[in-house]
Structure formats: structure tokens, C-alpha cells
Design a protein around this ligand. Sequence first.
Ligand SMILES: [Zn+2]
Length: 415
Amino acid sequence: MKRPQTDPDQSDAIVKTIFEEVRTKGDLAVAKYTSLLDGTNPETTAVTTAEILQAKDQISEDLKKAIATAQINIEKFHRAQQSPKIVVETMEGVTCWQEKKPIQKVGLYIPAGTAPLFSTVLMLAIPAQIAGCNEIILCSPPNKNGQIDPAVLYAAFQCGITKIYKIGGIQAIAAMTFGTATVPKVYKIFGPGNQYVTAAKQYAYQFGVAIDMPAGPSELLIVADESAVPKYIAADLLSQAEHGKDSQVILVSNSESLITAVEAAVNEQIAFLPRQEIAVKAIANSSLIYIPEPEDTLRFINDYAPEHLMICSENESFYIDGIQNAGSVFIGNFTPESAGDYASGTNHTLPTNGFSKNYSGVCLDSFLKSVTFQKISPKGLQNLGPTIEIMATAEGLDGHKNAVTLRLADLNETL
Ligand SMILES: [Zn+2]
């Protein structure tokens, strides 16, 4: 069950220091840590329109088309998550309703690191726009030339995001938490990141900023039997292993021959991966596990609570029905996990490190809040009033009772 983790105390101390500096010195502190940690000193932190247009020219037509297809699917799936206003007359004259309202100011964090994840821009910006968030800002670390990856800028532009800042890591989270002269303060921060970004997001919570979830290194758990194709399973395991050295991938199977075949296929395929060095380290954190009984397998999966779960089994409905804890589930031999990472329509920002036990992945609701309303008619208060009076008296809160009693007395007089 144990995930590869680095020492949290170490990141906590750095987070505190940088937060304090950004809180007191604003943009100056942001610039200091950008040059210190990203090795660059961009002329302007805010991305200019000229830079966005320049990025557009650098993107191939094929990639533009692919982004457009992904965008359509993600938008379809997230638009369908809109829920209507719920109105209930709980008793005669007492009307209650619930309405979703967008979180007004949100900050999207897009990591760059070893791979600029422009796909994450789509996964966060599209639901934010559908939800109707008024202010959507995006932070992403600059490269050595002081630029954000053109694909990240292009994807942001396509999603209608224009407030983009060349800031990464802890200083980005701190800037969005406190606001600086350049970067607006936000109410909720979204997006994946390394252990420092995760620690920073959790620390931001102390200053009244909400976060999507405590995201960590990527994980994939595959449950497979003899009906699975070893080379597909190996490719899927490696697809998540290449995310980072601290990624973890697990295969659980009731077939020893499948496990042997997958292990051989992993060793064969890893040799051709450009990100081999990363994948090799992640594979060292990973396991091939033989569990003969499906009930034991299911219990293990629910205890492990994977970010991504793939089911390649003749017994697939047993696992589909029994799964309680997983971020996102991929079913069948022709549903690679990459589909959800990029373009099928589901969100790829998902809970890791066992948090699928108590967190959902990012969805439309992540950008909304539920607000409740009520309106009580005179008749309604006559119906409900005595109940409130009795309960308030029993709790010893006479002021509460009085707020009802005064009104009921007036109503009785007019009758
Ligand atoms: Zn992935």
C-alpha cells in the first residue's frame, strides 16, 4: 500500500519561508525565487498577447486539430454535469431551494518540469469556463529562456484564458494565495505538481484558499486475467511510469503466466522509451502481484485506492460493481489509460496517494458551490414556528425562540 514518498518536513520548511516572503514582498519575492529556482528572470511575469500569438504560430496543424478534438470531448462530458436548481416545499408555505454558483476567482497551476502538460490546461480551464468562474488565471513555470511552453499558451488561449503568469512552484501558489501587484488573489487553486507544489497548496489552505485535492505522483493499478494482452498491459504500465521517478504502477493478476509475460514485455518496451531513465526508477517502486481470488483482489484494490484503475478481465462486471475507491476507471482491452489523460472527455486531475477514498477527481462541481435559499410565507411560519420554538427552548437559546414568537404573535393578532 505504501507509496514512494519524500520527506514532507523538508518541503514544509521551504514552503513556509517562500510564503512568508511572497506575503510581505510580493512580486519582488516571486522574481527572486523564479531566478533562483527556475534559473531565469523574465522581463514581464504576465504573458503578453504578442507571446500568445507567437505561440499559436509554433503549433503544428496536427496538434491544433488534436487539441480541438480533445476540447470538444472534454467540453461535452463536463457540460453534461450541469445540474438544475432544486426547489422543494418541505411543508406548506416553506420553500427551500439549492442553486450552484461559480467560485468567482480560480487559479490554475500547470507544471512544466520534465514535460509541459498542456493537456492539464484543457482539463482545468474547460470546466472553469462552463461553471462560469469570473476570473480564471493560470500560472506555469518559465523555461530557461523565460518562456512558457507554446502548447500550454495555445491551449490556454483556445480555452479563453488570457491572464497567464510565468511563475512556477511554491512561489506561484503563494502569489495566487496572497495576490501581488501583478497576480490576482484567488479563492481556489487547481492543478497537479511535485511534492513542493502539493505542500504549498496544502499550506495555502491555512490562508483561506481552497484547493482541488492533495495531488501527488501519478499511479496506475491494473487488474488483469488471461483475457488481457500482455503487450498492452506493459505499455499501459509504462505510460504511467514515465510520468515521474516517484510514479507507481501495479499489476494484480490471478494468472502467473500473464504476470511473467507482462514482465518480459515491460523489459522489452522500456528499452525504446525516450523517458527510459524516469520509467526505470518508477518501475523500481512498482509491483506485479499475484492474487488468486477475485474477492481478495477487490479488497486489495479498494484498500490501495488507486488514482487510475484499469480492468482487463473476463470478470469485468465483478470489479465494476465492486469498486469503491478509485479516481477514474478504464475498462477493457481497448481502453488505454492515455485516453483519459488526453481526449476521451473525462478529467485527468485525480486523487492520488490513497485519496480516492475521500476525494473526487476534478469535475464541474469542483468549480461550483451550492448555495441554499428559503422563503417562508405567513402560513408557513404558522406551520413551522412551534417546532422552532420548542427546539430553541430545549437548546436554551431564547433569542432564537423570540425571533419566531414575535412574528407568530403579530400573525395571530391580524387573524
Ligand atoms: Zn498519464
